[in-house]
Design a protein around this ligand. Sequence first.
Ligand SMILES: [Zn+2]
Length: 319
Amino acid sequence: MAEQTRRYQRDVAWLLSRRDEFVEVDCPACGSGDADPAWSKFELDYVRCRACETVYINPRPSLDLLGEYYRRSENYDYWNNVVFPASEDARRAKIFRPRAERVAAIAERHDATGGVLVDVGAGFGTFCEEALALGAFEQVLAIEPEPHLAETCRRKGLEVIERPVEEAELPVDQVGVVTNFEVIEHLFSPREFVARCAALLPPGGLFVVTCPNVKGFDIVVLGAVANAIDTEHLNYMHPHSLGLLLEREGFEVLESETPGRLDAELVRKKALAGEFDLSRQPFLEQVLLEEWDRLGDAFQDFLTASGLSSNMWLVGRRR
Ligand SMILES: [Zn+2]
């Protein structure tokens, strides 16, 4: 983690050195141009849309600069070659298997099992492997444009489309579900991306998307101190604003949940590390520090069940 932090700092320094290539954008969720300052971090400006309360980096790296950033990122290289391989077993058990089970249950609820599942931004393919193993889908396709990651997917025996989503050619009438995990917050234009995902689905097909919820507990409490606020996350939507975006791009929103489990612990850890002061928030101090053993789980259960966790899932059905 220390090495990752060093590499990330070098990536950020490189990005800031190219600041003259940043561009102004409107709200990535609703298109409004009215916004107020929200936070400053890493010498970047995060603004909050007056219309829909989405927070976004503005100005932000241009599309070309963003492409170059990810191609040359020392942090991503380290993540791909060291961190992920070393932690894949734990991630499989704690993240990817539960994720696949959740998607299979969603498909079951909305009568979308049996067809093709397409995972956009498949990465190491661990989710696709787990989705395949569940047997709920006839076929699982991984869309992964990054050559090294696409090769990793192929070595796992997965069917891979090594192209950006806009160039992927699919048997659209057989696609039942398109999934996309923790990607949309990184994209220059979430709206274009959602439109492209919609184009991969026939009417009635499901789109499952996950990302941070800016109205989730740890982000609301910690603000810019939250780990989720970083240079790579350009867009911070919440269930309502992401829902509006999906509606505008041809989906009916069927489900909106915040199943995240880490909010309370994230704030607690920041307080324990001295990075965030809870002394003027006695209620949170009581729950997260003094009576953590008694209240921690119950408090997190409340956040998760009430739409107040900072990890959200939306399910849309193509009209
Ligand atoms: Zn907006």
